[in-house]
Design a protein around this ligand. Structure first.
Ligand code: SF4
Length: 153
């Protein structure tokens, strides 16, 4: 399961397949990380510094944290894609096709000017989250999406 959580400054990604429940998150910052709540991560419940330090304690790599750099990542329901924006300017796109049985992520691209900000990673996680919501098998035709899905626990 892939999930993304955001506040005005940071994004936290969670890959439940990597989570070993070593519980560093829930003991380090229980106001933010609470498995008994939905959504289980609330990035508004503590200072970013404390969240950052807690995520860095995750022993499995299930949690990742990054600055947003002012970039919004949004699901475009009409276009059936994920888009990234800097203000009004679109700076990235992750395209997928729902074929009924499967969810094919076939293209991910970020404006080279915006490289190194983990925008593609945020978009692919958001696309995977949408595929999981639809209960579809994912076909990662896009090599970057395939790379993320192949990450080992
Ligand atoms: S610290 Fe990481 S591995 Fe442990 S419960 Fe939290 S997310 Fe899972």
């Amino acid at each position: 399961m892939h999930r993304t959580y955001e506040n005005e400054d940071i994004t936290v990604l969670w890959d439940s397949d990597k989570c070993r429940h070593a519980a560093k998150c829930v003991t380090g910052c229980p106001e933010v990380f609470d498995f008994n709540r939905k959504p289980w991560i609330d990035l508004k419940a503590a200072e970013n510094k404390k969240i950052w330090e807690t995520v860095k304690q995750c022993p499995s790599g299930a949690l990742e944290i990054m600055y947003d750099h002012g970039i919004r990542v949004e699901y475009d329901e009409k276009g059936d894609c994920i888009r990234a924006f800097d203000g009004e300017r679109q700076v990235g796109e992750c395209d997928f096709r729902d074929t009924g049985d499967a969810f094919n992520i076939y293209h991910t691209e970020v404006d080279p000017e915006y490289g190194g900000k983990k925008i593609a990673r945020r978009m692919v996680f958001r696309a995977l989250q949408e595929a999981e919501r639809r209960k579809k098998t994912v076909i990662p035709s896009c090599s970057y999406a395939a790379k993320i899905m192949a990450e080992k626990n």
